[in-house]
Design a binder for this molecule. Structure first.
Ligand code: ATP
Ligand code: MG
Ligand code: MG
Length: 390
């Protein structure tokens, strides 16, 4: 077995995918800018260029047996053409195209019986947003349909007075509006899809545990396994809903499903990522024999093992993941790195990226026998992370 896959995008998700590929004897050829994080993992002839450049994507396709992505903001026109020419793309270009437009994604999910935050088309001018404000109430979330990540693309419109600034901030982007979700907690579930076909019965999908995610200014900051104070029954419902959502898509691979748990106990999907996900980093330590990265590789290659009850359990009882975001200065994160290295139960993952304020440059996962033990290990690091940005 000596297989070669082509990866569109070479950021930190690609880096950790390559780290998982090495021990499996899987070669990964990465298409992204020179020196991107994933290219540092494996020497070899990667391709320098943009993962949105059709020519470069074609060049990559020639050299590998199948294509996959670590980012959804790719050119799906060329992926569709390549698929028609017989190139295998996992997950399917149809899935990537549906997901990369958040409004299309939400409509797809609703059509397939998966509840999501209420979404509306908008006329992107002052009158149009006043109208939406009347319909959805304030605050509402104005969102870019495409190219959104880390909250860049979202604008919370708290009152009619914010409308001008919202339009200015998100100008030149196609927009839609979402009803404000006054959630009790945000959850996330990684799901592996092992069948090409879609299924309304979640056939061919496997769920990782549900985790709690904490976002600050729309950026994921912390992930808790298990979610704190949430009954097992709700955790299972989150896994089931995430499996149903992923089952409705085309092709194979790993997916990150972000959910809102509402105060009445109802779960709705916020969004899906057709790739490994920040909320699944914890699987490297908590599911060491089957991390989300290994699942991505095995599922797209058709080698994913079976799991009882379609669930991948965590081997470790509790874990917390903290993102390291670039601080005020380029060296602001040195102290948190040193402190993390000094904790035996902590794993530090730096991405080799230049630090910029607010940029995701690394993460720390602590593992423990209980969530309270994990919390006491992580708490000084959370304080340090806060000081980097204060
Ligand atoms: P990423 O892809 O990095 O997760 P993104 O830019 O796609 O981020 P979203 O997931 O849409 O952004 O939103 C980021 C965060 O903003 C959510 O995790 C949640 O905390 C908040 N948020 C998003 N939509 C809503 C909503 N309708 N109501 C309330 N809060 C929301
Ligand atoms: Mg997103
Ligand atoms: Mg999100």
């Amino acid at each position: 077995m000596n297989r070669t896959i082509g990866l569109l995008g070479g950021g930190q998700l690609g880096q950790m995918l390559c780290e998982a590929a090495n021990p499996l004897g899987i070669n990964v050829v990465v298409l992204d800018q020179e020196n991107s994080p994933a290219k540092r993992v494996t020497a070899g002839s990667h391709i320098n260029g943009s993962f949105t450049d059709p020519e470069k994507i074609r060049e990559l396709a020639k050299r590998v047996e199948l294509l996959t992505v670590e980012i959804e903001h790719v050119d799906t026109e060329v992926l569709e053409e390549l698929a028609n020419e017989g190139v295998e793309i996992q997950p399917s270009w149809k899935t990537i195209r549906t997901i990369q437009d958040k409004f299309l994604q939400k409509s797809h999910l609703e059509k397939n019986g998966v509840s999501t935050a209420v979404s509306k088309e908008v006329v992107a001018d002052e009158a149009g947003l006043q109208e939406i404000g009347k319909e959805l109430g304030f605050p509402f979330m104005l969102k870019s349909r495409k190219d959104a990540y880390d909250g860049r693309g979202n604008f919370p419109v708290k009152s009619p007075a914010d409308i001008k600034e919202a339009l200015e901030t998100l100008k030149n982007r196609a927009l839609y509006a979402e009803k404000w979700a006054n959630f009790r907690m945000e959850l996330a579930v990684m799901v592996v899809k092992t069948e090409d076909a879609t299924s309304t019965e979640s056939i061919g999908t496997i769920a990782y545990p549900a985790v709690e995610t904490i976002h600050e200014d729309s950026v994921c900051k912390l992930v808790y396994l298990p979610p704190r104070g949430i009954p097992i029954k709700i955790q299972k419902q989150a896994q089931d809903l995430a499996r149903k959502a992923v089952g409705s898509l085309w092709g194979k691979g790993v997916f990150g499903v972000e959910l809102f748990l509402m105060h009445d106990g109802k779960l709705v999907v916020n969004e899906i990522a057709p790739r490994p996900h920040n909320s699944g980093h914890y699987t490297i330590e908590a599911c060491p024999t089957m991390s989300q990265y290994k699942s991505q590789l095995l599922s797209i290659l058709g080698n994913m093992p079976n799991f009882a009850n379609s669930v991948i359990p965590s081997v470790i009882p509790a874990a917390i993941m903290l993102n390291i975001l670039g601080g005020r200065e380029e060296t602001s994160h040195n102290e948190i790195m040193e402190r993390a290295i000094a904790i035996p139960n902590a794993s530090l993952h730096m991405y080799g990226k230049q630090s910029k304020p607010g940029r995701k440059i690394g993460h720390i996962t602590v593992v423990a026998s209980s969530i309270s033990e994990a919390e006491s290990l992580m708490s000084p690091l959370i304080t340090l992370a806060g000081n980097m940005h204060a």
